[in-house]
Design a protein around this ligand. Structure first.
Ligand code: NAD
Length: 508
């Protein structure tokens, strides 16, 4: 029996580490299964890198930095031009891998890759993004200019819910600005990220410029404390984000942490009904609610509360099935642990007195008896003190509540501890303007449900959703991954000052 188990274990592929330009097997004894959440098939085993392997990855990045920082801006940009071309070439393959290991639908997986690809395209504008400033004649004969220089070895720690987009938020921007990088993807779905790492090498990223390690807390803590690492970019839950921010900052690193969310959609009674309710349901249940920009709270203002039955009907019509099935609207949750957590929060909502309008527990999905499925779930009458309102559920659960006025709605959104994204649905420009001006959230949508900024802008966040002032892509990413040096210069040459010919350089 033991021999059979060993044979099965050996048949499952292992996820490699990328160290110094080589995909290598880990020597660790600690492994985790990467599981297809729709079927429970073990797709691969991911290692928790040993301290020596973590050290080797960081040392490789430190060595590579010495030459990479001296490459020309144009050479770095051309690597990104190639990378965007081959990600586009392999889009379908990457999306399929993503659906298998993470569960989201194929269409959603392609969106995940595409949003990351857009950042790679934007990285190709590094020439203007990294450009400094110059002011002539600040005093007699004195000029001042600033340059943006890379920091050195930077690290990225990514969550499970966007295994293509979020790594692509980080390493292309860091590398194109002249840094080297050590990436630690989520141990729940590392295979998609490894496909991107393979493409990075094919695109011409030199050995050591990108390294990928796997693991959990030990790997993360090593990246946050190692003296060679100069900056840490983290995306994940609020609890871990606080830990990463504190650890990295107290070890003298620049840190940015994009964290948890509870995103509200405010629906005014004058909103275009079909557009708004479709947007609410799509943003509430798409990707099984496992998006940091998912709408998890609908705030119905005044008469808009009469639309609760319509919202429930629309939610019921969504197709829950394996992500590769045609017409799938939402797939499974990423793990059995996530499933158990979402179930327990739904139970808690019922206990605390919210009205369960639609219960997605105990859903049966034909062909997928073992999948981690929860169907769309809708609560109404949700109160701010309830656990289903206070906690990020990260599942297909929409909490609805009613208020009388726009002022009340804004105060309600602003009282929530998170400030990631929010949206308003209305046909009134004045109401939308007031909302946009007064609401405290990083991303605001006006009749747009998931207002993730395109990469010419930066993704951001407010209050409990973000630590550090600079965001992970857009101009802010280049600011995060570079250090400004300001030069004040004055030149003396006695011959030039005297109006004569330069003494040492021929001016002919
Ligand atoms: P997570 O915090 O559990 O994991 C994120 C990363 O931290 C992973 O790489 C993981 O291995 C590592 N990690 C986990 N526990 C750790 C510990 N104790 N010490 C050190 N490192 C640890 O997050 P997740 O479940 O993978 O992702 C979902 C969360 O990410 C949600 O809260 C979601 O809102 C958030 N998220 C935020 C954004 C944003 O931009 N604000 C984007 C995507 C996801």
């Amino acid at each position: 029996m033991a021999a059979t188990l060993q044979a099965v274990a050996q048949a499952v592929p292992t996820v490699k580490l990328l160290i110094d330009g080589h995909f290598v097997d880990s020597k660790t004894t600690e492994w985790k299964d990467v599981i297809n959440p729709a079927t429970q098939q073990v797709l691969a085993r991911v290692p928790f890198a040993t301290p020596d392997e973590l050290e080797a990855a960081i040392a490789s990045a430190a060595r590579a930095y010495k030459h990479w920082r001296n490459t020309s801006v144009g050479a770095r940009k051309r690597v990104m031009l190639k990378l965007q071309e081959i990600i586009r070439r392999d889009m379908k393959k990457i999306a399929e891998c993503l659906t298998h290991e993470q569960g989201k639908t194929l269409a959603d997986a392609e969106g995940d890759v595409f949003r990351g690809l857009e950042v790679v395209e934007h990285a190709c504008s590094v020439g203007s993004l990294q450009m400094g400033e110059h002011l002539e004649q600040v005093a007699g004969g004195v000029d001042v200019y600033s340059v943006r220089q890379p920091l050195g070895v930077c690290a990225g720690i990514t969550p499970f819910n966007f295994p293509a987009m979020i790594p692509l938020w980080m390493f292309p921007m860091a590398i194109v600005s002249g840094n080297t990088f050590v990436l630690k993807p989520s141990e729940q779905d590392p295979m998609t990220t490894m496909l991107l790492a393979e493409l990075a090498l094919e695109a011409g990223v030199p050995h050591g410029v990108l390294n990928v390690v796997h693991g959990g807390k030990t790997a993360v803590d090593t990246l946050c404390t190692h003296p060679e690492v100069k900056a840490v970019s983290f995306v994940g839950s609020t609890a871990v984000g606080h830990h990463v921010y504190n650890l990295a900052s107290t070890h003298d690193k620049r840190a940015q942490c994009m964290m948890g969310a509870k995103n509200h959609a405010v629906i005014l009674p004058d909103a275009s009904k079909d557009h708004s309710l479709n947007a609410l349901v799509g943003a509430g249940f798409g990707a099984a609610g496992q998006r940091c920009m998912a709408i998890s709270v609908g705030v119905l203002v005044g008469d808009a509360a009469r639309w609760i039955p319509d919202i429930v009907e629309k939610a019921k019509s969504l197709k829950v099935t394996g992500g590769t099935e045609p017409g799938a609207d939402l797939g499974p949750l990423v793990s059995k642990a996530a499933l158990a957590r979402v179930h327990s929060l739904i139970e808690m909502g019922v206990k605390e007195g919210a009205k369960l309008e639609l219960d997605g527990r105990n859903i049966r999905v034909p062909g997928y008896p073992d999948g981690n499925f929860v169907g769309p779930t809708v609560f109404s009458g949700v109160k701010p003190e309830m656990k289903i309102y206070k906690e990020e559920i990260f599942g297909p659960v929409l909490c609805l509540l009613a208020v009388d006025t726009l002022d009340e709605a804004i105060a309600f959104v602003n009282a929530n501890p998170f400030g990631n994204g929010t949206g308003i649905f209305t046909q009134s420009g004045a109401a939308a303007r007031k909302f946009q001006y007064e609401v405290d959230a990083g991303q605001v949508g006006i009749n747009v449900p998931i207002p993730v900024p395109v990469p010419y802008f930066s993704f951001t966040g407010s209050r409990g959703s973000k630590l550090g002032d600079l965001g992970p892509y857009g101009k802010q990413a280049v600011q995060f991954y570079t250090q400004v040096k300001t030069v004040t210069a004055r030149w003396f040459d006695d011959a030039v000052s005297a109006g004569g010919v330069h003494t040492t350089i021929s001016l002919k």
